[in-house]
Design a protein around this ligand. Structure first.
Ligand code: CO
Length: 217
């Protein structure tokens, strides 16, 4: 691993390399960002958002936290989603969990984790929602992997519950919401193939926010 001081040399090499292929690379980046994708993923250092999708700077708007959680009182996640959908007009929102997630593993433990307790409560709530399915899985590793998938699915539903996503869908026909799980052992992404329109319809039986006009100061 490079030392802290070596990071500056790495940065210069990176910038110079890009300028060799396109002398206007950073000038063009500086003009504006027009990403088609919003990626919501885990903070885990082994799951680098841009790299796993082969995307360059400017191509994906990124939000990461422990356990790729979209909590309804989280002003940070809400602001990212609002900005990405209402202003950047992203076409696809991806919630990407990953197997062997430390956050999800911690939520499976009977342990006081301090300030992580309320955060990981979101994952424990996912377990409670899917308790029957999860408890039927006898192999603990398989149960852990399934909880990673179900947590990703539930966070997708939390994204769909937001007013800005519902209203943009009605007005523009985008964004769609996708759930992925990244497998660190293979480097490959698994698409959970969430049927966005069906999920949206089901959610709107209770969480329909499409008739509320957006606030105009
Ligand atoms: Co993780």
């Amino acid at each position: 691993m490079p030392t802290y001081q070596q990071l500056f040399a790495s940065n210069r090499r990176w910038a110079e390399g890009l300028l060799r292929t396109n002398p206007r690379y950073f000038a063009e980046l500086d003009e504006e960002q027009r990403p088609d994708y919003l990626y919501i993923g885990c903070s885990d250092s082994r799951v680098p958002a841009n790299e796993i999708m082969g995307l360059e700077a400017g191509e994906v708007f990124v939000h990461r936290n422990v356990g790729n959680i979209v909590a309804n009182t989280d002003l940070n996640a809400a602001s990212v989603i609002e900005y990405a959908v209402a202003h950047l007009k992203v076409k696809e929102i991806i919630v990407c969990g990953h197997y062997n997630c430390g956050g999800v593993r911690a939520a499976l433990q009977a342990q006081d984790l301090g300030i992580l307790n309320p955060w990981l409560r979101n994952v424990r709530d996912v377990y409670r929602l899917h308790r029957d399915e999860l408890n039927d899985i006898s192999d603990s590793e398989a149960r852990f992997r399934r909880l990673v998938e179900l947590n990703t699915l539930e966070q997708c539903l939390n994204v769909i519950k937001t007013a800005v996503v519902q209203q943009s869908w009605v007005a523009n026909g985008f964004p769609r919401v996708h759930g992925w799980v990244f497998d660190i052992r293979t480097g490959l992404i698994k698409d959970l193939e969430i049927h966005f329109e069906e999920r949206l319809k089901a959610i709107q039986e209770i969480y329909d926010l499409t008739n509320i006009p957006p606030f105009r100061p």
